[in-house]
Every structure is written in C-alpha cells, then in structure tokens.
Design a binder for this molecule. Sequence first.
Ligand SMILES: [Ca+2]
Length: 82
Amino acid sequence: MNDYLKNKLKQFSGDHWIGGLWISKTGIWNNTKGELMAWSDWADDEPNSSGVCVQMYQYQRFRFDDDKCEKKKKFICMKIDD
Ligand SMILES: [Ca+2]
C-alpha cells in the first residue's frame, strides 16, 4: 500500500494528509476508520511532536511526518469497490 501511494504521489506536488493521528512511533490511530493503521513509514527523526496529524511529506520522499492538524493540505482518500 505504501509503495503504491508513494508512486501515485510523485504525480502531484505537496504534502498530503492521510487521516491519521499518531499515538506512538509504532502505532497510528486512523481517525477516519476508528482503528489502528496496519502500517507506518516515519521519515527520519519523525514523529518529532510537531503535531498529532500524519502527513505524507514530499520533502522526505512521501514518508510519514506528524504536523499540525489545522494546516491545509491535500488529502488522500481510499475508495473501496463493492
Ligand atoms: Ca513532524
């Protein structure tokens, strides 16, 4: 999933929210699904308590970074086919 998203994001510019709130370096609470995310890919030296929402950070090759939730960024959504 992560490699798929990174390859897709190379087509766009900017950072993207992934809809998660981080609770530890190994656990990310997905507030849109109400469960822990099955994977994480923190950038070097992240999370660094710069916020509690999780973005895929372009500067770090779209690896995860915690940032302030009030910042406006693009958002990644998942569509589930029936
Ligand atoms: Ca951070």
